[in-house]
Design a protein around this ligand. Structure first.
Ligand code: ARG
Length: 560
């Protein structure tokens, strides 16, 4: 049921040279209400060119023989409204969806070029925070959307396993740590030690120096420091893996900050050779313009910094993956950092730094404040997920006591609720943390969409639907609206990619679910003369709902 192009071509013949085909296509819009037409062409621009009233022009344009797929055309004010030939347009679209299934709305424009995603990237020895959840789900969704648009993706979990904080942690562990306790509950205990370090350092500032010293030792491969660090890292990764398993997310690389430890010298040397490095108050810096503070490359004590590692990682990624674009899915509080890194790379002569994009997102707030591990203000993601799953299980058992495989369904639904809650709003907004909101299964939630897809599954089973289109096809107004929404899906996917905005997809699947449930309540689907063609419509809706959810990183249970 494409049609924009055909409508534009038809108008182009009548309009002549005043507007190009592309301009006409760009002007064509979809009327708010379907009864006004399926597409509309506004005549206001032409009115200016011809110095005539728009409604006169609309009248003149609305004559002639239409291409087959259109039924009629009429002027309305300054618009030409056009109506599809519903039966043929509907069967064409449904046939396409039933044939292409989950490949419907795939785009070729990525041309198999590579996008490297920097996502999730939690810090070891600290809890996996809600902020890292945001990066994980936004990043995974954008990667799935990019693949649907024809790109190859590389998903890199850039683990935060390097930096002065590990010096502090090692120092704290050696002073107050107990091996047994850390073994039993690594992240919790290490976090406590880290918090304690800061409390004690507030009283006795010499501790900070000791912490720095331990980091220096770690950078210099001191065996004791290294052994502790490896232990903390392994234990942390194991804990993170539990969360990734629940979320069902996967990465292509876990090369984190430490991976670049032995590669940073080369970067620093290159900066030196290119005469970009300057000494300022004993530290090594690169100036990046009047409007931004300089980028810190080495501290006074010679220790490297976050930016040094990101510079090195970017160069490494370019050499390894020859990426077309690199997306850094990281909270907006790190915007300055990424801007500095990009500018340094640009000064080094790497024009591809223009292809690096910070994809920022809003904070999760608690009582209006940023969550902070240091101040002990964080909520553990694992707790949230497990609670969501438990609640889902209760719900399912109440509604559907006979359902088999409840555990897996509960995981899909509980996790679906949490992911959808995150992805349903524009990613740039700050969100106030609310477990209650996250665990809601009714209203505009992930489980509501999953439930809609499962309800269709039951219909298809009961009606023995065979996944093909009935020979005779005649569509009523109530289905026309749904078809028009199905027809939007390719454009929605493209929008989501271009805006780097998964919420475009979540809003769309909600809309489709609402429309379907309305249809379901008002139309008899089973045991009607039209059952077959109505089921074909339902099957197409289900295909698109499932695919939409998949692009968000949410699975669809067959029953729930
Ligand atoms: N580990 C960092 C943090 O939790 C995020 C890393 C983001 N990625 C990057 N390439 N700097 O704040």
């Amino acid at each position: 049921m494409k049609g924009k192009k055909e409508f534009a071509a038809f108008l182009n013949k009548k309009i002549g040279n005043e507007l190009t085909l592309e301009q006409i296509e760009g002007l064509i819009e979809k009327p708010k209400q379907l009864k006004q037409g399926d597409l509309a062409f506004p005549c206001f621009q032409l009115a200016k060119i011809y110095k005539k009233a728009p409604h006169e022009i609309a009248k003149e344009l609305s004559s002639g023989t239409l291409p087959d797929q259109f039924e009629r055309m009429e002027p309305a004010g300054g618009y030409v409204n056009i109506f599809f030939n519903k039966n043929s347009a509907a069967s064409e679209l449904l046939l396409k969806i039933l044939n292409e299934k989950e490949n419907y709305a795939n785009h070729p424009f990525g041309n198999e070029k590579t996008i490297v995603f920097d996502l999730s990237s939690p810090n070891i020895a600290k809890p996996f925070s809600m902020g890292h959840l945001r990066s994980t789900v936004i990043g995974s969704s954008l990667a799935a959307i990019s693949e649907k648009c024809g790109y190859n993706t590389v998903k890199i979990n850039y683990i935060g396993d390097w930096g002065t904080q590990f010096g502090k942690l090692i120092c704290a562990y050696l002073k107050w740590g107990e091996e047994e306790k850390v073994r039993a509950n690594p992240i919790e205990e290490l976090t406590k030690l880290y918090v304690r370090f800061h409390e004690e350092a507030d009283k006795d500032t010499s501790l900070n120096g000791e912490g720095r010293l331990w980091f220096k030792k770690l950078e210099d491969h001191d065996p004791q420091a290294t052994e502790l660090w490896i232990w903390f890292k392994d234990a942390s990764l194991k804990a993170f893996q539990k969360i990734y398993d629940l979320l069902d997310v996967h990465f292509d690389s876990y090369n984190g900050e430490a991976f670049f430890n032995d590669k940073m010298d080369a970067t620093v040397q290159e900066l030196q050779e290119k005469n970009l490095l300057e000494t300022s108050e004993g530290a090594q810096i690169v100036k990046v313009g009047e409007d931004l503070p300089p980028c810190l490359i080495k501290k006074t004590d010679g220790a490297t910094l976050y930016a040094t590692r990101d510079l090195t990682a970017a160069i490494y990624r370019m050499n390894t993956y020859s990426f077309d674009q690199a997306f850094y899915v990281v909270g907006h509080e790190q915007s300055l950092h990424f801007e500095q890194v990009k500018r340094v790379l640009y000064k080094m002569g790497y024009e591809w730094s223009d292809h690096m994009h910070h994809v920022p997102f809003g904070l999760i707030l608690q009582n209006g404040k940023k969550m902070s591990t240091r101040k002990g203000r964080t909520v553990l993601l694992e707790t949230v997920l497990l609670e969501a799953i438990q609640l889902a299980e209760q719900n399912i058992k109440e509604k559907n006591p006979e359902l088999s495989g409840v555990e897996e369904v509960a995981r899909q639904v509980g996790v679906g609720a949490v992911i959808f809650h995150d992805l349903k709003n524009e990613k740039g907004n700050d969100v106030e943390f609310s477990l209650e909101q996250m665990l809601k299964f009714e209203g505009d939630t992930g489980p509501y969409v999953q439930y809609t897809a499962a309800r269709i599954e039951t219909l298809l089973k009961k009606g023995n639907f065979e996944w093909n289109l009935p020979a005779k096809f005649s569509i009523g107004d109530e289905s026309w609206e749904l078809l028009s929404v199905l027809n939007d899906f390719p454009g929605v996917v493209e929008q989501a990619f271009k805006r780097k905005e998964p919420s475009v997809i979540s809003k769309y699947v909600l809309k489709l679910s609402h429309k379907f449930n309305h249809y379901y309540a008002s139309v008899k689907i089973l045991n009607s003369a039209e059952t077959n063609q109505r089921l074909a419509l339902c099957a197409s809706i289900q295909t698109v709902l499932k695919e939409g959810l998949r692009l968000l990183g949410i699975q669809t249970p067959k029953r729930m």
